[in-house]
Each structure stands twice: as C-alpha cells, then as structure tokens.
Design a binder for this molecule. Structure first.
Ligand SMILES: NC(=O)C1=CN([C@@H]2O[C@H](COP(=O)(O)OP(=O)(O)OC[C@H]3O[C@@H](n4cnc5c(N)ncnc54)[C@H](O)[C@@H]3O)[C@@H](O)[C@H]2O)C=CC1
Ligand SMILES: O=C(O)[C@@H]1CCC=N1
Length: 266
C-alpha cells in the first residue's frame, strides 16, 4: 500500500481529500503531494508533513496515482501540460472533475492509461464521503486500491460512467442540499425559542441520527416516518403542511435542475 499520490488542484475538494487521506492514515503524509498555483493556502497540509508544490511536473515525477481535482474548465489545459510526463506503465489517473468523461481525458493523454472517475463529496475531509466510482482499463489490483482508498474515506460504490453526472448531483451537490435543509431547521428552531447554537446542534444531530437509522437498519424513510407520526399529532400536521408548500417537489425539481445544468454545460 506504499503508493505515492499526487493531488493536482488543492482547492475545496483536493484539500478535503488530502485531509481525509492523512487523518485516516491511509497514506503517510510524505507519500502525498498536493499542487496548486498559489500554495499559501496549503500551509495546514504542509504542517502535517504533506508535500505541497506549485510544480505539477514535480508531482507527476514523484507519484504513481494522479488525482485530478481542478475545475472542469481547467482540466484540458492541465492534462495537456502533463501529457508528455505521463507514463501508462507508472501512472493511474483518477479524475474527480464534474462532467468530464473518460473519453475526454483519453483524447488528450491517449488511450493506454488506467483511468478512474470518482465523485466524492466534501465530507471526505472527515472520512464520511459518499463516493461513486467508475473504472476504465483498470486491473483488479488497481480497482481494489481505489476501493480501499475511498472506503477509508467513507462509503463507495462502483457505477456505470453514464451515471456519473447523476452521482455528482445526488452525492456531491447533495451535501449542499442537506446543509440548506439543516439551515432551514435552525431558522425554524430559533423562531420557536432556541438559541442559534442549540438549534444548530439539535438540527445537525437529528439529521445525522435519521441518516444512520436508514444506513444501519436498511429501512425505507417512510417506515421510519410512520414510527414518528402520531395520529392527529404534531409531526404529521407539520409534514403535510410542508408537502402542501411543495417540499418534496421542490427538492426533486432542484435535483433535476442541477442534473440538467451539468448535461447542458458539457
Ligand atoms: N467541491 C465539491 O464539493 C466537489 C467538487 N467536485 C469537482 O472537483 C473539482 C474541484 O472542485 P473544487 O475543489 O470545488 O474547486 P476549486 O476551485 O476549489 O479547486 C480547484 C483548484 O485547482 C487549482 N488549480 C487550477 N489550475 C491548476 C493547475 N494548473 N495546477 C494545479 N492546480 C491548479 C486551483 O488553484 C484550485 O485551488 C471540480 O472539477 C469539481 O467539479 C466534485 C465533487 C464535489
Ligand atoms: O457545483 C459544482 O459544480 C460542483 C460539482 C459537485 C459539487 N460541486
């Protein structure tokens, strides 16, 4: 497992991945290099012993596993600059870039590389990501390694590449949707009497507990809702009012809008 990893693009997600990889002890800090043009924001990683660099070529020479974590509009230029340095016998590419297909990557680097696409979310920083992965021309050993890496950082599932945009919406944008739901609970909680701090704790832990019920008991949400809704009680009264106001419908429409945005832009 003593592989060396380069994260090209130490932004929100690249930083979160680096934190998760180091904090989970999946990798020794000195076996990880994170690049960014301006490395001043990578100080916290450097303090932990991670190599930081503004030289992608140096990172490519050092590492075997290359995680591409730049913005979609940056990926072509970055790959083109790396292409002369990449060796299919040494390097495996893992792209977390939204909406960029394996064929797009191959157009630039050639078709002799093992390539993975992975779609984690920012909870990867605390080893609680949901990561959807697809693989192309990867060996069993490479697939095992990628599985182990993302399982160490939360849960993972292999999917077909055609579902990667959908995975981006449900899994990665999903963190933002969940935060907005929690924020609304906090706003409501304050209106009915709690301080912001207490409302935040109650809202976040309640959502965490609800998610754990589904994950641990493998139940359907409606089964768990049935256990909470006392006939003529306050839960069903509130839930029905939320539905009258378009609660589920607004979430579904938001998810479909996010999805269309990826598909239309790419
Ligand atoms: N933020 C999120 O929750 C998620 C993001 N993604 C995808 O991950 C990718 C990165 O997203 P973010 O981290 O949010 O963006 P970001 O903009 O925070 O990070 C990109 C980083 O790449 C750096 N960069 C740009 N050009 C570079 C170059 N030539 N060499 C090295 N570094 C360079 C930028 O300075 C920046 O720090 C995107 O493609 C996004 O679609 C995927 C899942 C979740
Ligand atoms: O908003 C975005 O485009 C990226 C993709 C998933 C999360 N953030």
């Amino acid at each position: 497992m003593n592989k060396k990893i380069a994260i090209i693009g130490g932004g929100n997600l690249g930083m979160a991945m680096a934190e998760g990889l180091v904090n989970s002890h999946f990798i020794k800090p000195e076996h990880l290099v994170v690049t960014k043009r301006n490395i001043s924001t990578l100080k916290s990683l450097e303090t932990k012993g991670v190599m930081v660099s503004n030289d992608n070529a140096e990172a490519i020479r050092y590492a075997e596993w290359i995680i591409l974590a730049v913005k979609p509009f940056q990926i072509k230029e970055v790959l083109a600059s790396l292409q002369p340095l990449l060796d299919p016998q040494k390097h495996v590419l893992v792209s977390v870039v939204t909406g960029v297909w394996i064929k797009d990557i191959q157009e630039i680097v050639g078709d002799r590389f093992a390539v993975f696409r992975a779609m984690p979310n920012t909870a990867i920083a605390i080893q609680q990501s949901m990561t959807c992965i697809c693989a192309h021309q990867a060996s069993e050993e490479q697939i095992q390694y990628v599985s182990a890496l993302f399982d160490q950082l939360g849960r993972s599932v292999f999917i077909e590449e055609k579902l990667m945009d959908a995975a981006t919406v449900l899994g990665a944008c999903g963190t933002a949707y969940a935060m907005r739901y929690i924020r609304a609970n906090i706003q409501g909680g304050i209106e009915i009497g709690f301080s912001a701090a207490t409302a935040s704790l109650i809202a976040a832990q309640t959502v965490k507990g609800a998610a754990e019920l589904l994950l641990q008991k493998n139940t359907h949400p409606e089964q768990e809702i049935d256990k909470v809704t006392t006939p003529k009680g306050c839960t069903i009264a509130g839930l029905n009012e939320m539905e009258h106001q378009g609660f589920s419908s607004s979430l579904i429409k938001g998810i479909v809008t996010s999805y269309k945005k990826i598909v239309d832009d790419m």
